[in-house]
Design a protein around this ligand. Structure first.
Ligand SMILES: [Zn+2]
Ligand SMILES: [Zn+2]
Length: 275
C-alpha cells in the first residue's frame, strides 16, 4: 500500500493524536521504498514454489537472497527513529556503531529465525532489544515485501493451513475479519512481510489449539474497529480488525491501536508478535 504525503496529512487531520506515528511511518516508508526499487531478486521457479506450499513449507528458505546492502538502510532507518523519538542518540549511536560489523549476520539470523543469541549478545544497555527488533524488522521489510509481491501470483494461499506466514515463515501480528459473500472470513497478517493469508476462525495461530466454539474474544466499547481474540491454552492474543474503514495498511492499523494491546495485557494475555 502506497501513501503519498497528502494521504498522510489527511490521516493526521482525522486522528490528530496519532500524528507522530503517521509522520514516522511516512519517513520510514520513504527510505524503505527507495531501497525497494534497487532490489534485484534471484529468479523464481513457480513449480518449486507451488510444491513447497503444498508441503506446508514457507518459501523464503535458501532462495539466495542477498542481504549485504541492508546495513546502509538500517542506519538510515535508525536516524529516522532517533529523529522521531526521545532516544538519547549519543549512547544509542555508540551501541549501533558496535553492532555494525555484525549487522548482516544479525539480519540473516532474524530473517531465517535461527535463534536470537547473536542479537541478545549485541543489544547493549543503551539500546533496548525491542527497539533493535523494530529496526531489524523495518530494515528487512522492503526485501520481504518485494519477495512476497514477486511470488504472490504463483502461490495458492487457500491451501496453506499453518499459523506461520507462507512466504517468510514468521508469526502473524494481526488478524482481520473481512465480509465475503459466504460470511465473514478470517485473515492473518505476517509480522514481517505483512502478507495476508486466510485462516480458520476456530483455531489459535500460535499453538494450533482449536476451540469447540469460536475462540474467545474481547471487544471494547470505545474501540469499534478492533477486538482481541484470545487463546486460553497458550494465553496469547491476536489483535483483530473488524472495520478498516480508512483502508489503513497493516502497520498503521497496528501502530494506531496500542490501547487495544494495553487492554489485552491487563487481562493477562501476552502478544506473540507485533508489526
Ligand atoms: Zn511473512
Ligand atoms: Zn494458543
Amino acid at each position: 500500500m502506497f501513501y503519498s504525503r497528502d494521504d498522510i496529512d489527511k490521516l493526521k487531520n482525522e486522528n490528530v493524536h496519532l500524528s507522530a506515528y503517521y509522520d514516522m511511518y511516512f519517513a520510514l516508508r520513504e527510505q524503505q521504498d527507495s531501497y525497494k526499487e534497487s532490489i534485484e531478486l534471484p529468479s523464481i521457479n513457480e513449480a518449486v514454489i507451488r510444491q513447497q506450499i503444498l508441503e506446508g513449507k514457507p518459501l523464503l528458505g535458501n532462495c539466495g537472497i542477498d542481504l549485504t546492502g541492508l546495513p546502509i538502510l538500517f542506519m538510515d532507518l535508525f536516524n529516522v527513529y532517533v529523529r522521531f523519538t526521545n532516544m538519547k542518540s549519543d549512547d544509542a549511536i555508540a551501541a549501533i556503531e558496535e553492532l555494525k560489523p555484525d549487522l548482516v549476520g544479525v539480519l540473516e539470523e532474524f530473517l531465517f529465525q535461527k535463534g536470537i543469541t547473536q542479537m541478545q549478545a549485541l543489544s547493549a544497555d543503551s539500546i533496548p532489544a525491542e527497539i533493535l527488533v523494530f529496526l531489524i524488522k523495518n530494515t528487512l521489510t522492503p526485501l520481504v515485501e518485494k519477495y512476497s509481491e514477486c511470488i504472490n501470483s504463483a502461490v495458492d494461499l487457500d491451501v496453506w493451513e499453518s499459523g506461520c506466514c507462507p512466504i517468510c515463515g514468521h508469526l502473524p501480528a494481526l488478524a482481520e475479519l473481512k465480509k465475503t459473500p459466504s460470511g465473514r472470513q478470517r485473515f492473518l497478517f505476517c509480522s514481517l512481510c505483512h502478507t495476508p493469508w486466510p485462516f480458520q476462525r476456530l483455531k489459535c495461530p500460535y499453538c494450533d489449539n482449536v476451540e469447540d466454539k469460536e475462540t474467545e474474544y474481547f471487544s471494547f466499547p470505545d474501540e469499534e474497529n478492533f477486538r482481541v481474540d484470545v487463546c486460553n491454552s497458550c494465553k496469547t492474543y491476536i489483535k483483530t480488525v473488524i472495520n478498516n474503514n480508512s483502508d489503513l495498511s497493516p502497520v498503521l492499523l497496528d501502530w494506531s491501536s496500542q490501547n487495544v494491546d494495553d487492554s489485552a495485557a491487563r487481562k493477562g494475555y501476552k502478544r506473540a508478535a507485533s508489526m
